[in-house]
Design a protein around this ligand. Structure first.
Ligand code: SF4
Ligand code: SF4
Length: 479
Protein backbone atom coordinates (compact mmCIF):
# COMPACT_ATOMS: atom_id res chain seq x y z
CA UNK A 1 0.00 0.00 0.00
CA UNK A 2 1.35 3.42 -0.95
CA UNK A 3 2.10 6.01 1.73
CA UNK A 4 -0.72 8.16 0.44
CA UNK A 5 -3.24 5.30 0.70
CA UNK A 6 -1.94 4.42 4.17
CA UNK A 7 -2.44 8.02 5.29
CA UNK A 8 -5.95 8.06 3.85
CA UNK A 9 -6.87 4.82 5.61
CA UNK A 10 -5.45 6.14 8.88
CA UNK A 11 -7.54 9.27 8.50
CA UNK A 12 -10.69 7.25 7.79
CA UNK A 13 -10.09 5.03 10.81
CA UNK A 14 -9.05 7.90 13.10
CA UNK A 15 -12.50 8.05 14.72
CA UNK A 16 -11.66 4.73 16.38
CA UNK A 17 -8.74 6.27 18.29
CA UNK A 18 -10.87 8.44 20.54
CA UNK A 19 -14.42 8.50 21.85
CA UNK A 20 -16.96 10.95 20.47
CA UNK A 21 -17.16 12.92 23.70
CA UNK A 22 -13.47 13.49 24.33
CA UNK A 23 -10.64 14.90 22.27
CA UNK A 24 -7.30 13.15 21.73
CA UNK A 25 -5.87 14.60 24.95
CA UNK A 26 -8.83 13.24 26.89
CA UNK A 27 -10.58 16.58 27.43
CA UNK A 28 -14.36 16.56 27.42
CA UNK A 29 -16.05 17.51 24.16
CA UNK A 30 -19.50 18.70 25.15
CA UNK A 31 -22.22 17.23 22.94
CA UNK A 32 -24.78 19.79 21.80
CA UNK A 33 -27.30 17.40 20.28
CA UNK A 34 -30.04 18.78 18.05
CA UNK A 35 -33.58 18.17 19.28
CA UNK A 36 -34.71 14.92 17.63
CA UNK A 37 -38.08 14.60 15.96
CA UNK A 38 -39.78 11.94 13.89
CA UNK A 39 -41.56 8.61 14.01
CA UNK A 40 -39.11 6.75 16.24
CA UNK A 41 -38.71 9.68 18.63
CA UNK A 42 -42.49 9.80 19.05
CA UNK A 43 -42.63 6.05 19.76
CA UNK A 44 -39.75 6.34 22.21
CA UNK A 45 -41.50 9.22 23.98
CA UNK A 46 -44.62 7.06 24.47
CA UNK A 47 -42.57 4.09 25.73
CA UNK A 48 -40.65 6.40 28.08
CA UNK A 49 -43.76 7.87 29.65
CA UNK A 50 -45.22 4.39 30.18
CA UNK A 51 -41.98 3.21 31.83
CA UNK A 52 -41.59 6.38 33.90
CA UNK A 53 -45.19 6.06 35.11
CA UNK A 54 -44.54 2.45 36.10
CA UNK A 55 -41.37 3.46 37.92
CA UNK A 56 -43.32 6.09 39.84
CA UNK A 57 -46.54 4.21 40.54
CA UNK A 58 -45.46 0.61 41.22
CA UNK A 59 -43.79 1.27 44.63
CA UNK A 60 -47.13 2.65 45.89
CA UNK A 61 -49.06 -0.51 45.03
CA UNK A 62 -49.67 -3.03 47.79
CA UNK A 63 -51.51 -6.33 47.70
CA UNK A 64 -52.75 -7.68 51.05
CA UNK A 65 -50.50 -5.14 52.75
CA UNK A 66 -47.38 -6.32 50.90
CA UNK A 67 -45.56 -4.07 48.43
CA UNK A 68 -45.85 -5.22 44.83
CA UNK A 69 -42.07 -4.88 44.47
CA UNK A 70 -39.39 -4.20 47.03
CA UNK A 71 -35.69 -4.90 46.85
CA UNK A 72 -34.34 -4.02 50.29
CA UNK A 73 -30.81 -5.36 50.05
CA UNK A 74 -29.79 -3.98 53.47
CA UNK A 75 -32.70 -5.51 55.42
CA UNK A 76 -32.73 -8.53 53.09
CA UNK A 77 -36.43 -8.05 52.37
CA UNK A 78 -37.58 -8.77 48.84
CA UNK A 79 -41.05 -8.72 47.33
CA UNK A 80 -41.78 -9.76 43.77
CA UNK A 81 -45.44 -9.44 42.72
CA UNK A 82 -46.17 -9.11 46.46
CA UNK A 83 -44.63 -12.50 47.23
CA UNK A 84 -42.08 -12.18 50.00
CA UNK A 85 -38.69 -13.68 49.20
CA UNK A 86 -36.01 -14.31 51.76
CA UNK A 87 -32.33 -15.11 51.83
CA UNK A 88 -33.41 -18.76 52.11
CA UNK A 89 -34.76 -18.34 48.56
CA UNK A 90 -31.23 -17.61 47.37
CA UNK A 91 -31.41 -20.54 44.92
CA UNK A 92 -34.35 -18.92 43.10
CA UNK A 93 -32.56 -15.57 43.05
CA UNK A 94 -29.37 -17.12 41.70
CA UNK A 95 -31.26 -18.87 38.89
CA UNK A 96 -33.25 -15.67 38.29
CA UNK A 97 -30.01 -13.72 37.93
CA UNK A 98 -28.48 -16.30 35.56
CA UNK A 99 -31.70 -16.31 33.52
CA UNK A 100 -31.63 -12.51 33.28
CA UNK A 101 -27.98 -12.46 32.21
CA UNK A 102 -28.57 -15.13 29.54
CA UNK A 103 -31.67 -13.24 28.41
CA UNK A 104 -29.70 -10.01 28.07
CA UNK A 105 -26.96 -11.82 26.12
CA UNK A 106 -29.45 -13.51 23.80
CA UNK A 107 -31.41 -10.33 23.35
CA UNK A 108 -28.24 -8.38 22.53
CA UNK A 109 -27.01 -11.01 20.07
CA UNK A 110 -30.29 -10.76 18.18
CA UNK A 111 -31.42 -7.16 18.65
CA UNK A 112 -28.24 -5.30 19.61
CA UNK A 113 -28.66 -2.35 21.93
CA UNK A 114 -32.41 -1.89 21.68
CA UNK A 115 -32.49 -2.00 25.49
CA UNK A 116 -30.11 0.99 25.69
CA UNK A 117 -32.19 3.16 23.39
CA UNK A 118 -35.68 2.25 24.54
CA UNK A 119 -35.67 0.89 28.09
CA UNK A 120 -32.50 1.87 29.96
CA UNK A 121 -33.37 4.34 32.78
CA UNK A 122 -30.18 6.34 32.08
CA UNK A 123 -31.26 7.00 28.46
CA UNK A 124 -34.87 7.63 29.40
CA UNK A 125 -34.04 10.14 32.13
CA UNK A 126 -31.32 11.85 30.10
CA UNK A 127 -33.06 12.05 26.73
CA UNK A 128 -36.70 12.23 27.75
CA UNK A 129 -36.50 14.31 30.93
CA UNK A 130 -33.26 16.27 31.40
CA UNK A 131 -32.54 17.05 27.75
CA UNK A 132 -36.16 18.07 27.10
CA UNK A 133 -35.89 20.57 29.96
CA UNK A 134 -32.63 21.80 28.42
CA UNK A 135 -34.30 22.32 25.03
CA UNK A 136 -37.08 24.19 26.80
CA UNK A 137 -34.78 26.53 28.74
CA UNK A 138 -31.67 26.87 26.54
CA UNK A 139 -33.30 26.27 23.15
CA UNK A 140 -32.15 23.93 20.38
CA UNK A 141 -28.53 23.09 19.45
CA UNK A 142 -27.45 26.42 17.93
CA UNK A 143 -28.87 28.44 20.82
CA UNK A 144 -27.15 26.09 23.30
CA UNK A 145 -23.79 26.54 21.56
CA UNK A 146 -24.28 30.33 21.57
CA UNK A 147 -25.24 30.31 25.24
CA UNK A 148 -22.23 28.19 26.17
CA UNK A 149 -19.88 30.68 24.46
CA UNK A 150 -21.69 33.68 25.89
CA UNK A 151 -20.18 35.56 28.83
CA UNK A 152 -21.89 35.23 32.20
CA UNK A 153 -24.48 37.94 31.63
CA UNK A 154 -27.97 38.19 33.14
CA UNK A 155 -29.50 35.82 30.55
CA UNK A 156 -26.91 33.08 31.03
CA UNK A 157 -27.01 33.28 34.85
CA UNK A 158 -30.82 33.19 34.84
CA UNK A 159 -31.00 30.22 32.43
CA UNK A 160 -28.26 28.25 34.17
CA UNK A 161 -29.73 28.83 37.64
CA UNK A 162 -33.19 27.83 36.47
CA UNK A 163 -31.94 24.70 34.70
CA UNK A 164 -29.66 23.54 37.51
CA UNK A 165 -32.36 24.13 40.15
CA UNK A 166 -34.86 22.06 38.16
CA UNK A 167 -32.19 19.38 37.61
CA UNK A 168 -31.49 19.29 41.38
CA UNK A 169 -35.22 18.91 42.16
CA UNK A 170 -35.61 16.10 39.59
CA UNK A 171 -32.47 14.36 40.88
CA UNK A 172 -33.98 14.48 44.38
CA UNK A 173 -37.24 12.99 43.01
CA UNK A 174 -35.30 10.20 41.23
CA UNK A 175 -33.40 9.43 44.47
CA UNK A 176 -36.76 9.19 46.28
CA UNK A 177 -38.12 6.84 43.59
CA UNK A 178 -35.04 4.65 43.94
CA UNK A 179 -35.47 4.56 47.72
CA UNK A 180 -39.18 3.73 47.33
CA UNK A 181 -38.13 0.61 45.38
CA UNK A 182 -35.43 -0.30 47.87
CA UNK A 183 -36.58 0.60 51.39
CA UNK A 184 -40.28 0.75 50.52
CA UNK A 185 -42.82 3.53 50.49
CA UNK A 186 -43.60 3.20 54.24
CA UNK A 187 -40.01 3.86 55.32
CA UNK A 188 -39.87 6.80 52.91
CA UNK A 189 -43.14 8.17 54.29
CA UNK A 190 -41.75 7.89 57.85
CA UNK A 191 -38.74 9.95 56.76
CA UNK A 192 -41.02 12.64 55.32
CA UNK A 193 -43.44 12.65 58.28
CA UNK A 194 -40.94 12.25 61.14
CA UNK A 195 -38.19 14.36 59.60
CA UNK A 196 -34.55 13.69 58.69
CA UNK A 197 -33.23 13.78 62.31
CA UNK A 198 -35.22 10.64 63.17
CA UNK A 199 -33.95 8.85 60.04
CA UNK A 200 -30.51 10.33 59.59
CA UNK A 201 -28.91 7.40 57.72
CA UNK A 202 -31.78 7.22 55.18
CA UNK A 203 -31.68 10.98 54.73
CA UNK A 204 -27.89 11.01 54.19
CA UNK A 205 -28.30 8.19 51.64
CA UNK A 206 -30.98 10.20 49.86
CA UNK A 207 -28.74 13.26 49.65
CA UNK A 208 -25.79 11.20 48.38
CA UNK A 209 -27.92 9.65 45.62
CA UNK A 210 -29.44 13.04 44.75
CA UNK A 211 -25.89 14.35 44.30
CA UNK A 212 -24.93 11.33 42.22
CA UNK A 213 -27.94 11.66 39.89
CA UNK A 214 -27.36 15.42 39.61
CA UNK A 215 -23.72 14.81 38.64
CA UNK A 216 -24.65 12.10 36.09
CA UNK A 217 -27.48 13.96 34.37
CA UNK A 218 -26.05 17.47 34.54
CA UNK A 219 -22.43 16.82 33.61
CA UNK A 220 -21.39 13.18 33.14
CA UNK A 221 -24.28 12.30 30.81
CA UNK A 222 -23.51 10.04 27.80
CA UNK A 223 -20.12 9.18 29.33
CA UNK A 224 -21.97 6.87 31.74
CA UNK A 225 -22.89 4.71 28.70
CA UNK A 226 -19.49 4.97 27.04
CA UNK A 227 -17.10 4.75 29.98
CA UNK A 228 -18.96 3.15 32.89
CA UNK A 229 -21.78 0.88 31.72
CA UNK A 230 -20.55 -2.74 31.53
CA UNK A 231 -23.39 -3.63 29.16
CA UNK A 232 -22.11 -1.10 26.63
CA UNK A 233 -18.64 -2.59 26.93
CA UNK A 234 -20.03 -6.08 26.25
CA UNK A 235 -21.39 -5.05 22.87
CA UNK A 236 -18.11 -5.66 21.10
CA UNK A 237 -18.20 -9.36 21.90
CA UNK A 238 -21.93 -9.93 21.60
CA UNK A 239 -22.77 -8.19 18.35
CA UNK A 240 -22.07 -10.01 15.09
CA UNK A 241 -22.95 -9.56 11.43
CA UNK A 242 -26.47 -10.87 11.94
CA UNK A 243 -27.33 -8.60 14.88
CA UNK A 244 -29.99 -5.97 14.30
CA UNK A 245 -28.45 -2.56 14.94
CA UNK A 246 -28.97 1.04 13.92
CA UNK A 247 -26.95 0.90 10.72
CA UNK A 248 -26.05 3.20 7.86
CA UNK A 249 -26.64 1.55 4.48
CA UNK A 250 -23.22 2.47 3.14
CA UNK A 251 -23.77 0.58 -0.11
CA UNK A 252 -26.66 2.86 -0.98
CA UNK A 253 -25.25 5.88 0.82
CA UNK A 254 -21.85 5.84 -0.89
CA UNK A 255 -22.22 3.84 -4.17
CA UNK A 256 -19.12 3.91 -6.41
CA UNK A 257 -18.43 7.64 -6.23
CA UNK A 258 -19.19 8.30 -2.57
CA UNK A 259 -21.54 10.75 -0.93
CA UNK A 260 -22.17 14.08 -2.62
CA UNK A 261 -24.13 17.28 -2.07
CA UNK A 262 -27.74 17.32 -3.26
CA UNK A 263 -28.40 18.52 -6.78
CA UNK A 264 -31.94 19.07 -7.94
CA UNK A 265 -33.08 16.71 -10.72
CA UNK A 266 -29.99 14.49 -10.43
CA UNK A 267 -30.36 10.70 -10.84
CA UNK A 268 -27.85 9.69 -8.18
CA UNK A 269 -28.05 5.93 -8.79
CA UNK A 270 -27.37 6.34 -12.50
CA UNK A 271 -24.46 8.65 -11.87
CA UNK A 272 -23.01 6.26 -9.27
CA UNK A 273 -23.31 8.89 -6.53
CA UNK A 274 -24.41 7.76 -3.07
CA UNK A 275 -27.77 8.77 -1.62
CA UNK A 276 -26.07 10.43 1.38
CA UNK A 277 -26.05 14.15 0.68
CA UNK A 278 -23.53 14.77 3.48
CA UNK A 279 -25.92 17.12 5.28
CA UNK A 280 -24.53 16.07 8.68
CA UNK A 281 -28.03 15.97 10.22
CA UNK A 282 -27.48 12.45 11.52
CA UNK A 283 -24.30 13.61 13.29
CA UNK A 284 -25.58 16.76 14.97
CA UNK A 285 -28.62 14.95 16.33
CA UNK A 286 -26.54 12.17 17.94
CA UNK A 287 -26.53 12.44 21.75
CA UNK A 288 -23.23 10.56 21.96
CA UNK A 289 -21.50 12.75 19.39
CA UNK A 290 -20.68 10.10 16.79
CA UNK A 291 -21.09 9.73 13.04
CA UNK A 292 -23.08 6.56 12.38
CA UNK A 293 -21.69 6.51 8.83
CA UNK A 294 -18.39 5.32 10.30
CA UNK A 295 -20.07 2.01 11.18
CA UNK A 296 -20.98 0.35 14.50
CA UNK A 297 -19.34 2.13 17.40
CA UNK A 298 -19.16 1.56 21.13
CA UNK A 299 -20.80 4.94 21.80
CA UNK A 300 -23.97 4.21 19.82
CA UNK A 301 -26.88 3.61 22.22
CA UNK A 302 -29.30 2.82 19.37
CA UNK A 303 -31.43 5.82 20.25
CA UNK A 304 -32.75 6.06 16.64
CA UNK A 305 -32.35 9.86 16.53
CA UNK A 306 -30.17 9.55 13.40
CA UNK A 307 -32.79 7.34 11.70
CA UNK A 308 -35.41 10.05 12.19
CA UNK A 309 -33.02 12.80 11.08
CA UNK A 310 -32.01 10.97 7.90
CA UNK A 311 -35.58 9.90 7.07
CA UNK A 312 -36.62 13.55 7.24
CA UNK A 313 -33.85 14.48 4.78
CA UNK A 314 -34.68 11.61 2.41
CA UNK A 315 -38.36 12.59 2.43
CA UNK A 316 -37.45 16.19 1.61
CA UNK A 317 -35.25 15.22 -1.35
CA UNK A 318 -37.75 12.59 -2.47
CA UNK A 319 -35.53 9.53 -2.03
CA UNK A 320 -36.60 6.35 -0.22
CA UNK A 321 -36.26 6.54 3.57
CA UNK A 322 -34.20 3.97 5.50
CA UNK A 323 -30.69 5.06 4.50
CA UNK A 324 -30.06 4.75 8.23
CA UNK A 325 -32.30 2.03 9.67
CA UNK A 326 -32.58 -1.00 11.90
CA UNK A 327 -30.68 -3.69 9.96
CA UNK A 328 -27.92 -6.24 10.35
CA UNK A 329 -24.54 -5.76 8.69
CA UNK A 330 -25.18 -8.91 6.66
CA UNK A 331 -28.50 -7.55 5.49
CA UNK A 332 -26.79 -4.41 4.22
CA UNK A 333 -23.81 -6.14 2.59
CA UNK A 334 -25.61 -9.13 1.08
CA UNK A 335 -29.13 -7.81 1.01
CA UNK A 336 -30.16 -10.84 3.06
CA UNK A 337 -33.27 -11.30 5.17
CA UNK A 338 -32.91 -11.72 8.94
CA UNK A 339 -32.38 -15.38 9.97
CA UNK A 340 -31.79 -17.07 13.32
CA UNK A 341 -28.13 -18.14 13.53
CA UNK A 342 -27.08 -21.38 15.32
CA UNK A 343 -25.68 -19.20 18.13
CA UNK A 344 -29.06 -17.54 18.60
CA UNK A 345 -30.82 -20.94 18.61
CA UNK A 346 -28.39 -22.21 21.27
CA UNK A 347 -28.97 -19.14 23.47
CA UNK A 348 -32.73 -19.49 23.07
CA UNK A 349 -32.60 -23.17 24.11
CA UNK A 350 -30.58 -22.31 27.24
CA UNK A 351 -33.00 -19.51 28.06
CA UNK A 352 -36.04 -21.79 27.72
CA UNK A 353 -34.42 -24.41 29.99
CA UNK A 354 -33.51 -21.79 32.60
CA UNK A 355 -36.98 -20.27 32.50
CA UNK A 356 -38.43 -23.77 33.02
CA UNK A 357 -36.20 -24.37 36.04
CA UNK A 358 -37.06 -20.95 37.45
CA UNK A 359 -40.81 -21.48 37.02
CA UNK A 360 -40.72 -24.92 38.65
CA UNK A 361 -38.65 -23.55 41.55
CA UNK A 362 -41.21 -20.80 42.06
CA UNK A 363 -44.09 -23.30 42.02
CA UNK A 364 -42.27 -25.77 44.25
CA UNK A 365 -41.27 -23.08 46.72
CA UNK A 366 -42.78 -24.11 50.08
CA UNK A 367 -44.86 -21.60 51.98
CA UNK A 368 -42.90 -22.29 55.12
CA UNK A 369 -39.28 -22.87 55.82
CA UNK A 370 -38.93 -25.26 58.76
CA UNK A 371 -35.90 -26.72 60.47
CA UNK A 372 -35.68 -29.05 63.48
CA UNK A 373 -32.29 -29.71 65.08
CA UNK A 374 -31.60 -31.75 68.20
CA UNK A 375 -30.61 -29.52 71.11
CA UNK A 376 -26.79 -29.55 71.05
CA UNK A 377 -25.15 -31.46 73.93
CA UNK A 378 -28.33 -33.28 74.97
CA UNK A 379 -29.12 -36.97 74.84
CA UNK A 380 -32.38 -38.85 74.99
CA UNK A 381 -34.40 -39.06 78.26
CA UNK A 382 -36.31 -42.10 79.44
CA UNK A 383 -39.68 -41.37 81.06
CA UNK A 384 -41.46 -44.07 83.07
CA UNK A 385 -39.16 -46.65 81.42
CA UNK A 386 -41.47 -46.68 78.39
CA UNK A 387 -41.24 -43.29 76.69
CA UNK A 388 -38.15 -41.78 75.07
CA UNK A 389 -37.91 -38.00 74.73
CA UNK A 390 -35.57 -35.73 72.76
CA UNK A 391 -35.27 -31.95 72.97
CA UNK A 392 -35.27 -30.11 69.64
CA UNK A 393 -34.69 -26.55 68.55
CA UNK A 394 -36.96 -25.47 65.74
CA UNK A 395 -36.96 -22.58 63.33
CA UNK A 396 -40.02 -21.57 61.30
CA UNK A 397 -40.32 -18.93 58.63
CA UNK A 398 -43.64 -17.85 57.16
CA UNK A 399 -43.05 -17.21 53.46
CA UNK A 400 -46.70 -16.46 52.68
CA UNK A 401 -48.41 -13.09 52.38
CA UNK A 402 -50.73 -13.72 55.36
CA UNK A 403 -50.40 -14.45 59.08
CA UNK A 404 -50.32 -18.21 59.62
CA UNK A 405 -51.30 -20.31 62.64
CA UNK A 406 -49.07 -23.35 62.71
CA UNK A 407 -48.82 -26.55 64.67
CA UNK A 408 -46.86 -29.79 64.34
CA UNK A 409 -47.60 -33.44 63.82
CA UNK A 410 -45.19 -36.36 64.14
CA UNK A 411 -46.12 -38.07 60.90
CA UNK A 412 -43.60 -40.91 61.14
CA UNK A 413 -44.76 -42.01 64.63
CA UNK A 414 -48.51 -41.45 65.21
CA UNK A 415 -48.12 -42.76 68.77
CA UNK A 416 -45.60 -40.00 69.56
CA UNK A 417 -46.13 -36.35 70.49
CA UNK A 418 -44.52 -32.97 69.91
CA UNK A 419 -44.81 -30.48 72.75
CA UNK A 420 -43.74 -26.88 72.13
CA UNK A 421 -42.06 -25.29 75.18
CA UNK A 422 -42.80 -21.70 76.21
CA UNK A 423 -44.80 -20.64 73.17
CA UNK A 424 -48.58 -20.62 72.71
CA UNK A 425 -49.99 -23.19 70.28
CA UNK A 426 -50.94 -22.66 67.52
CA UNK A 427 -47.88 -20.62 66.69
CA UNK A 428 -48.93 -17.28 65.24
CA UNK A 429 -46.43 -16.19 62.60
CA UNK A 430 -46.67 -12.93 60.66
CA UNK A 431 -45.87 -12.82 56.90
CA UNK A 432 -42.14 -13.06 56.48
CA UNK A 433 -41.61 -13.56 60.22
CA UNK A 434 -39.12 -16.10 61.44
CA UNK A 435 -39.50 -17.65 64.90
CA UNK A 436 -37.33 -19.98 66.93
CA UNK A 437 -38.42 -22.24 69.75
CA UNK A 438 -37.94 -25.47 71.60
CA UNK A 439 -40.00 -28.65 71.40
CA UNK A 440 -39.90 -32.00 73.15
CA UNK A 441 -40.63 -35.04 71.02
CA UNK A 442 -41.80 -38.15 72.87
CA UNK A 443 -42.07 -41.61 71.29
CA UNK A 444 -43.05 -44.86 73.04
CA UNK A 445 -39.99 -47.14 73.30
CA UNK A 446 -41.92 -50.01 71.74
CA UNK A 447 -42.31 -48.01 68.50
CA UNK A 448 -38.61 -47.26 68.15
CA UNK A 449 -36.50 -49.61 66.10
CA UNK A 450 -33.10 -47.85 65.99
CA UNK A 451 -30.82 -45.84 68.27
CA UNK A 452 -30.92 -43.20 65.50
CA UNK A 453 -34.59 -43.36 64.67
CA UNK A 454 -35.63 -41.52 61.50
CA UNK A 455 -38.59 -39.21 62.13
CA UNK A 456 -40.73 -36.96 59.93
CA UNK A 457 -42.39 -33.84 61.29
CA UNK A 458 -45.28 -32.12 59.54
CA UNK A 459 -45.99 -28.39 59.83
CA UNK A 460 -49.74 -27.72 59.47
CA UNK A 461 -51.78 -24.53 59.16
CA UNK A 462 -55.08 -23.72 60.89
CA UNK A 463 -56.96 -25.79 58.29
CA UNK A 464 -54.76 -28.80 59.09
CA UNK A 465 -53.17 -28.48 55.66
CA UNK A 466 -49.60 -29.75 55.60
CA UNK A 467 -47.48 -26.79 54.53
CA UNK A 468 -44.03 -28.27 55.10
CA UNK A 469 -42.35 -31.48 56.28
CA UNK A 470 -38.96 -32.03 57.86
CA UNK A 471 -37.01 -35.26 58.23
CA UNK A 472 -34.45 -35.69 60.99
CA UNK A 473 -33.19 -38.29 63.46
CA UNK A 474 -34.26 -39.10 67.03
CA UNK A 475 -31.80 -40.40 69.64
CA UNK A 476 -32.86 -43.58 71.46
CA UNK A 477 -31.23 -46.39 73.46
CA UNK A 478 -29.53 -49.28 71.58
CA UNK A 479 -31.91 -52.15 70.94
S1 SF4 B 1 -28.68 12.48 7.55
FE1 SF4 B 1 -28.64 10.97 5.91
S2 SF4 B 1 -28.12 12.19 4.14
FE2 SF4 B 1 -27.60 13.47 5.86
S3 SF4 B 1 -25.45 13.00 6.27
FE3 SF4 B 1 -26.64 11.60 7.52
S4 SF4 B 1 -26.81 9.77 6.27
FE4 SF4 B 1 -26.20 11.41 4.90
S1 SF4 C 1 -25.49 6.90 16.10
FE1 SF4 C 1 -27.71 7.20 15.89
S2 SF4 C 1 -28.62 5.58 17.14
FE2 SF4 C 1 -26.46 5.71 17.69
S3 SF4 C 1 -26.48 7.06 19.47
FE3 SF4 C 1 -26.08 8.34 17.68
S4 SF4 C 1 -28.10 9.05 17.05
FE4 SF4 C 1 -28.43 7.37 18.46
Amino acid sequence: MSDENKKLEEELESFRNSIGTADRSGNRKWVFAKKPSGKYYNYRTIVSWVLLSMLLILPFIKINGNPLFKFDVIQREFYIFSYPFFTSDFKIFAIGMITSIVFIILFTVVYGRIFCGWICPQTIFLEMVFRKIEFLIDGDRNKQIKLAKQKWDEEKIRKRLLKWTIYAVISFIIANILFAWVIGIDALRSLIVEGPIAHMSTFVGLIIFTGLFYFVFTWFREQACVLVCPYGRLQGVLIDKKTIIVAYDYKRGEREKGRARFKRGQNRAEEGVGDCIDCNNCVIVCPTGIDIRNGTQLECVNCTACIDACDEVMTKIKLPTGLIRYASEEEIVENKKFKFSPRMIAYTAILVILLGVLTSLLFMRSEVNSKFLREPGTDYQVVNESIITNEFQFNLQNKTKSTEQMHFNLKSHPSGTIEVIGLPIPLLIQPGQQIEGKAVISIPLKDISSYKEGIEIEVLNENDKVIDTYKTSFAAPFK
